[in-house]
Design a protein around this ligand. Sequence first.
Ligand code: NAD
Length: 366
Amino acid sequence: MSVQISPVVDTAAAVPYPSRTPAYAEPFAAASTTLHIGVIGYGYWGPNIVRNLHALDRWRIVAVCDRDASALTRASRAYPGMAVTNDYADLLRSTDIEAIAVVTPVWTHFELAKAALEHGKHVFVEKPFTSTAAQAEELIELADRKNLRIMVDHTFLFSGAVRKIRTLVDDGTLGSLYYFDSTRVNLGLFQHDVSVVWDLAPHDLSILDYVIAERPEAVVATGGQHLNGHADIAFITVYFPNSIVAHVNVNWLSPVKVRTTLIGGTEKMLVWNDLEPDEKIKIYDKGVQITNGQGIYDLLVSYRSGDVWAPKVEQTEALKLELEYFSDCILNDRVPLNDGAAGLRVVRLLEAAEQSLKGRGAIVAL
Ligand SMILES: NC(=O)c1ccc[n+]([C@@H]2O[C@H](COP(=O)([O-])OP(=O)(O)OC[C@H]3O[C@@H](n4cnc5c(N)ncnc54)[C@H](O)[C@@H]3O)[C@@H](O)[C@H]2O)c1
């Protein structure tokens, strides 16, 4: 049977995949300057952004904005004296504010980030960056033109576990990669505006974009919707050159919470269980070697089963590191590893997954 490969978006050629995403590097020497920021959105995730910004010397929160009065009451109770507003135009107009954090639902990211950039503010935008690749490209172009920074909140890239995994890939410990296989399932939280693909998979897709040096070639996704018209379970396969294959299982209908990733390489294999409090990563010296014997059917398969160990994983809160890095990128004019282009790559994968899902697993070329 021949398989139809359909191109996902015609924007793919416009912003090409760069070579390897740079690895996280410690912030430069502490800058004495304090940056001023406004935060839009104080729902579920906004309080985590505000808590971390508030704790960092490099940031001063000028105001928190939410159009929901009860959200503003919560913010005022948590941070007495902090300015709040229900109109984000107040943040745009403020000449004190150098950056804006957009922590609102996905469908609002483009409009709010665009307005912030147009008013000369750097932006920190929640994942997924935008609802379409075309929107992401427009924001990237706007930020470039105005010499402003975009950082997309790909939080996991700043976790100790992902930073360790990236090191293990880069220093050759794992060898050449065979596969990346992650499971991110739990019961709910059902989103009203997006499917489980756009809600949970950005985490895994941003991680595999960061960890795998090769650039993806095609996506296949299957899944189903059972309750609110949006897919609540999805199995996404991403094909890379050199037979590397990635698989992401996201599900809002799971009775238990699972956050496990397997990464197999020619030299070592690892299991990352993010729910483990201490030994989150275990590295297995296991592998398979196949050599040809005398005859054509005479394959010799040998299995290696050596030591297992758990490397030290830094425990610093990922968001704290990320927001510190954001200020560093602005002050020292560095391009963030999770810049708009990284956000765009994830949005392209999400669009491809959604297209494939609608086609019941049709292959979508990138
Ligand atoms: N990085 C992570 O790990 C992580 C985790 C959870 C959510 N998120 C992301 O954070 C974003 C927000 O998710 P959430 O779960 O907090 O959503 P939420 O619905 O709980 O909160 C969003 C808040 O934004 C406010 N809002 C919406 N439009 C507004 C506007 N125009 N002006 C002012 N306020 C406005 C709403 O009133 C609400 O209080 C989403 O993009 C989501 O994907 C990221």
